[in-house]
Write a protein that binds this ligand. Structure first.
Ligand code: FVH
Length: 283
């Protein structure tokens, strides 16, 4: 079914999203602070609104994808939000999601926040995911529209949850990047073939370790961190060794040191017999 959709914010991501909605046959009204960015979308069939007020007034479903939450409330301030379904795909902190949801509700609108787990070229392609939280009513009513741009996943009615999960996923990614970079730097310091190391050794190893870590969820839930594999004391000694080896190779172990600090704290409490899952309690 073709829907009327108003789309505010035509940066790199907003343009990709709005373009995919047009390609799916929806009637899209667009607005952007810098009007020239709307031109390619108008050529694709979008209707241009020259003020946020007119854009919001044009459709019941209003999607915003702006720089940050401050720019969202600044843009929507004074627009006819009453009775509108506002889908906010702007990145922010969980507390900002709550504040923006309340701000929209005070003006009579319903709010669904989204966290985009994709870059613009991935939009409307397999692999793109958007986490949503807030109004279940909006999600259920507009799921076919949301499915056009990316696989949608509803994470709860608390508007904070999608952005919190987004941050947790990014955190997992940054931790993996830290280990990946340190490993590559160590191999490069020895003049060993990096490409071969990454493809035939490191990547399969990391995949196997991630699968193993998934089993820690049982310990997280039960609080029982006993282990029959390698306990914290063994890992403490291992990391001590690693850090020394890095320094002997002339490589900074700076991205490894925070993990060592937390293991040291936990073992100093006499909990060296726990598994690595126990570090969650220290955090
Ligand atoms: N691009 C990406 O890969 C990431 C993927 C994950 C999610 N993010 C978030 O998506 C939001 C928009 O990102 P974007 O890539 O479209 O960003 P820009 O190309 O920089 O466009 C920013 C748009 O925001 C408008 N804008 C900025 N400040 C204001 C303001 N005070 N009032 C009104 N509009 C404002 C800007 O307008 P203009 O500069 O063209 O006039 C753009 O439309 C973002 O939350 C990412 O974190 C994308």
């Amino acid at each position: 079914m073709s829907e009327n959709i108003s789309f505010l914010g035509l940066g790199l991501m907003g343009t990709a999203l709005a373009s995919s909605l047009l390609a799916a046959g929806h009637h899209v009204t667009v607005w952007n602070r810098t009007p020239s960015k709307a031109e390619p979308l108008v050529a694709e069939g979008a209707v241009y609104a020259d003020t946020p007020d007119k854009a919001v007034g044009a459709s019941t479903l209003v999607i915003v994808c702006l720089l940050d939450h401050a720019s969202v409330t600044q843009t929507l301030d004074g627009t006819p939000l009453a009775g509108r379904a506002v889908v906010n795909l702007t990145t922010g902190r969980p507390v900002e999601a709550r504040q923006t949801a309340e701000w929209v509700a005070e003006r009579g609108g319903d709010y669904l926040g989204g966290a985009i787990m994709a870059v613009p070229p991935m939009i409307a392609k397999p692999g793109a995911l958007i986490l949503y939280s807030g109004s279940r009513t909006i999600y259920d009513r507009y799921e076919p529209v949301l499915s056009v741009v990316a696989e949608p996943r509803f994470t709860g009615t608390d508007p904070e949850s999608a952005l919190l999960l987004d941050m947790a996923m990014l955190t997992g990614m940054y931790g993996q990047i830290a280990g990946f970079l340190e490993a590559a730097a160590l191999v490069r310091s020895a003049g060993l073939p990096l490409r071969d190391f990454v493809t035939t050794l490191l990547t399969p190893w990391l995949n196997a370790m991630v699968a193993q870590q998934a089993t820690w969820v049982d310990s997280f839930e039960s609080g029982d961190h006993s282990t029959e594999v390698s306990n914290l004391e063994i890992n403490r000694a291992g990391l001590e060794n690693l850090v020394r080896a890095f320094r002997e190779q002339g490589v900074k172990p700076d991205l490894l040191l925070p993990l060592k600090t937390v293991i040291d704290q936990r073992t100093a409490r006499g909990l060296g017999n726990e598994g690595l899952s126990g570090l969650i309690e220290e955090l």
